[in-house]
Design a binder for this molecule. Structure first.
Ligand code: AMX
Length: 435
């Protein structure tokens, strides 16, 4: 048995005990009240689900299992996945074991490539990725064992097995999607002994003479891995998984949500805005140029992409980490230099514009600081990865770690099927109209 399964076998009974004690002691306490605005407004801020893998604090950003992100940015994705699952950072031997375990599981069945090659040439890369995951559903050991009468206490074991199989194959599939969709030539095979992030970087086929693209991929995969449980992809994966649909169904569903423009697509819009600014001013714009262009964007009724956040109220630490990477590796890259200069200017522009909005009776802009998407695209652009539609696939490979570890945890503690109560507008008028 691998160290991961061994450690999980020790932890799962503890988690179950803790859950039972919490429910017994605090089961009747009230966590959240829900206003009518929240019910109409995407349940924003309603505390109604449990997620142990990570937390997003408005004033700190992403915290994975108690570790603020920038304190663990050195972790490789394998270590991040182990941390998400167990709450512990693995030692070097365990990390090496995980890398070897992915080697054993990395082979992608031929039928996946047949399906991908037969999809329309103009398919969206996210549709290709999600289709590939779904077509592999027949490999699910969870479904197989469930049909054979597996007992509930074994659900997490079969789910973890599915999770490892899927994760090991995702870099090859995602890189394959890139090479097929954008006609980059033959597929590049998985290299045994190379880690998950570096393997993905290598299979994309992006030239990487100094190995820094592989470093970026490791950072990127760790940074996007999880963002607590309520975001669209995690929440969708959780809901589908709560019906005991297996990991292939659940992750594919979650990624279909990530494909939406309000979720995983934002980073391509950010890069577009940066490139538009550069095109307008013929290179790296001055601070004054950026200020004028930002106001022009806002006054035309558009948002400044990459700024603002539903939860965060400070600079996203993931943005900070990416900025540090760019400063270390290519501070003079014009697109990166523009991103940095935008950061020096746009928060003040948004502050002023927010004040104008308030005077006009509109909502303030709750967060004037950059989110993760403000900078990541410029780093990918530097390495020549310029097929913007593909960026969400990179995000997907990473976010699958978070979704899968949440799924395993939920199976381990036996979270119930999701079933919030919905009401109609009549209920609201009847109930509150009488007041
Ligand atoms: N530029 C202009 N206006 C903005 C703004 C921005 N960057 N951020 C927020 N606002 C506006 C909102 O559109 C809203 O206007 P409205 O009341 O007229 O509809 C008002 O400020 C209040 O919104 P909020 O409470 O500050 O934000 P929110 O929680 O409703 O929305 C978000 C959050 C991210 C959708 C919003 O900040 C936005 O559109 N940002 C730009 C797009 C972006 O960067 N998206 C990526 C998010 C990160 C991710 O999930 N990948």
């Amino acid at each position: 048995m691998s160290v991961l399964f061994q450690r999980m076998s020790e932890l799962v009974p503890q988690w179950r005990k803790e859950r039972a004690e919490i429910l017994k002691t605090y089961g009747k306490e009230v966590l959240s009240e829900v206003t009518v605005t929240q019910a109409y407004g995407g349940m924003r801020g309603v505390k109604g689900m449990i997620c142990e893998t990570s937390l997003v604090e408005p004033d700190k950003g992403l915290i994975i299992r108690g570790h603020p992100l920038l304190e663990i940015k050195h972790l490789w994705p394998e270590e991040t996945f182990y941390l998400l699952l167990t709450g512990e950072i693995p030692d070097e031997a365990t990390k090496a074991e995980l890398i070897a375990d992915f080697d054993r599981r990395a082979h992608v069945p031929d039928y996946v490539w047949d399906v991908l090659y037969s999809m329309p040439e103009d398919s969206h890369p996210m549709a290709m990725l999600d289709t590939a995951i779904l077509v592999m559903e027949k490999e699910s050991v969870f479904r197989k064992y469930y049909e054979e009468g597996m007992t509930k206490d074994q659900y997490w074991v079969a789910t973890l097995e599915d999770a490892l199989q899927l994760l090991a194959k995702l870099p090859s599939i995602a890189a394959g999607v890139y090479r097929i969709r954008y006609k980059k030539g033959d597929l590049i095979p998985w290299t045994n002994g190379l880690d998950w992030g570096a393997n993905y970087a290598n299979m994309l086929g992006i030239p990487d003479p100094d190995g820094s693209f592989a470093k970026l991929m490791r950072l990127y995969l760790t940074f996007h891995s999880d963002h607590e449980g309520g975001n669209v992809s995690a929440n969708t994966c959780h809901t589908v998984g709560s019906a005991l649909s297996d990991a292939y169904y659940a992750v594919s569903a979650g990624l279909n949500g990530l494909a939406g423009p309000l979720h995983g697509l934002a980073n391509q819009e950010c890069l577009n805005w940066i490139l538009e600014t550069m095109e307008r001013f013929g290179g790296v714009p001055s601070e004054e140029d950026i200020r004028n262009f930002a106001f022009e964007t806002l006054r035309s009724g558009k948002v400044i992409p990459g700024y603002g956040h539903a939860v965060l109220r400070v600079t996203d630490p993931r943005y900070t980490g990416f900025l540090e990477f760019g400063m270390e590796h290519f501070p003079d890259d014009p697109v990166f230099a523009t991103v940095k200069r935008v950061f020096d200017v746009v928060p003040n522009v948004l502050k002023e514009f927010s004040e104008e909005r308030v005077k006009a009776g509109k909502n303030p802009i709750a967060n004037i600081w950059p989110n993760v998407d403000a900078g990541s695209g410029s780093l990918l652009h530097h390495y020549g990865l310029r097929e913007f539609q593909y960026y969400t696939v990179l995000f997907s490979v990473s976010r699958s770690m978070g979704m899968l570890s949440q799924l395993v945890w939920n199976r381990a503690v036996g979270t119930a099927i999701t079933r919030p109560k919905s009401i109609g507008s009549k209920y609201i008028k009847d109930t509150f109209g009488k007041k």
